[in-house]
Ligand binder design. Structure first.
Ligand code: FAD
Ligand code: DHB
Length: 389
């Protein structure tokens, strides 16, 4: 098989990139290790920035997002009994949209046939070859047979554990990493949300987040030690813990229900640089991970794809290599700012086991400062709605 761009991974990054390239007449094929149902079963992000919404608009695939997505003008930081509301609309004139990663992925999947986007599912042993040359190729096994895709570019959209990043030699790449001593235990349930906007809480018992997918579906998280297992957390124990950490006001409005899904995700900050080596570009989680506190993971994948699509379209339509050459620097400059925001909000809202009284006083002082300063709130709002691309 010959194509212009071989995309590895059909998560949100790979599907978005594939559709953007097809819309401009660039040939591509997407290789995905899992089945479509498996990809849709992963419950992940829920908050979309403008960059992500605008890509769906540009593709004309935003009908359901427009109809079902919930525009949120503000969100809340809880400190004990107090709620600090960050009014994004008033402070920076923008909002975010609550719409699940699963729904976004489904919309992109459903449009494959109509838009002529070829995705090959259940590919095993995906291997990258000759990425330093102008004629790289990818091999994979499907139904027991080995296949080969020749392309001008390979784009790695294969998440943190995929093969693409590892195809860049250690001598040219650098990893920056920070691990956190806890994970987030998430629960999805068909119950109305406890509050019309999100609440991020820093409680003596630990972190909690009240989020939602719709007026009838809620998503909640608490932080737990990395040694905890999902089986340690019955639904009742988790609802009790959420009620305690979110505080009496939220608890009074919380409806409990059986878990549709329950899982633990470790928290990590990670950046790999450069994000391009020869004919291989990386987008999304394949190049970087943020702790989920700022709701940035999916949106950062979308902004990478925005830069990568524009660079590849310029390359194939105008024979102009400049944006491809600049891709890594362009993407990383936005990546590092999102890394900084996610790290700082994580530090502000979690109780770290190693922290003493001094660090706790610093958290209280920072929350007091945010509560009393429009400038501080504006900075948080500007980052939360998403920095410009
Ligand atoms: P992915 O969604 O990981 O997609 C990568 C795709 O590549 C997958 O479909 C995978 O099957 C495929 N792939 C992997 N290896 C291969 C291979 N060898 N061959 C072929 N295909 C391969 N962000 C938030 O903002 N809020 C959250 O609450 C949140 N929760 C998360 C929970 C978990 C458990 C994880 C892992 C992430 C979470 N994130 C969250 C982050 C967000 O979901 C990711 O940033 C986003 O999915 C990145 O999209 P992506 O397309 O880059 O990667
Ligand atoms: C959700 C996840 C996040 O990491 C976040 O910051 C906000 C919302 C969610 O899954 O709804």
């Amino acid at each position: 098989l010959m194509t212009q761009v071989c995309i590895i991974g059909a998560g949100p990054a790979g599907l978005l990139l594939g559709h953007l390239l097809r819309a401009e007449g660039v040939d591509c094929v997407v290789l995905e290790r899992r089945t479509p149902d498996y990809v849709l079963s992963r419950i992940r992000a829920g908050v979309l920035e403008r960059v992500t919404v605008e890509l769906m608009e540009r593709l004309g695939l935003d009908q359901r997002l427009k109809a079902e997505g919930l525009a949120h003008d503000g969100f809340n930081l809880a400190d004990g009994e107090r709620l600090i509301r960050i009014d994004m609309q008033e402070l920076v004139g923008q909002h975010v949209v609550v719409y699940g990663q699963t729904e976004l992925t489904r919309d992109l999947m459903d449009a494959r046939e109509e838009r002529g986007l070829e995705v090959i599912y259940e590919t095993e042993d995906v291997t990258l070859h000759d990425v330093e040359s102008d004629s790289p190729h990818v091999t994979y096994v499907k139904d027991g047979k080995e296949h080969r895709v020749d392309a001008r570019f390979i784009v790695g959209c294969d998440g943190f554990y995929g093969p693409s990043r590892k195809a860049i030699p250690a001598s040219v790449g650098q990893e920056f990493e920070r691990a956190y001593p806890f994970g987030w235990l998430g629960i999805l349930a068909d119950v109305p949300p406890c509050n019309h906007e999100l609440i991020y809480a820093n409680h003596a018992r630990g972190f909690a987040l009240a989020s939602q997918r719709s007026s009838t579906r809620s998503r909640y998280y608490v932080d737990v030690p990395l040694t905890d297992k999902v089986e340690d957390w019955s639904d009742d124990r988790l609802w009790d813990e959420l009620a305690a950490r979110l505080g009496p006001e939220a608890a009074a409005h919380m409806t409990r229900g059986p878990a549709l899904e329950k899982s633990i995700a470790p928290l990590r900050s990670f950046v790999f640089a450069p994000m391009r080596h020869g004919s291989l570009m990386l987008c999304g989680d394949s190049a970087h991970i943020v702790p989920p506190t700022g709701a940035k993971g999916l949106n950062l994948a979308a902004s990478d794809v925005h830069y990568a699509a524009d660079a590849l379209i310029r390359f194939f339509q105008k024979n102009d290599n400049d944006a491809v050459s600049a891709y890594s620097d362009t993407a990383l400059s936005r990546v590092w700012k999102s890394e900084r925001f996610s790290w700082s909000l994580t530090k502000l809202m979690h109780r770290f086991p190693e922290d003493g009284d001094f660090e706790r006083k610093m958290q209280v002082a920072e929350l007091d400062y945010i509560a009393s300063s429009r400038a501080a709130q504006t900075s948080i709002a500007e980052n939360y709605v998403g920095l410009p691309v």
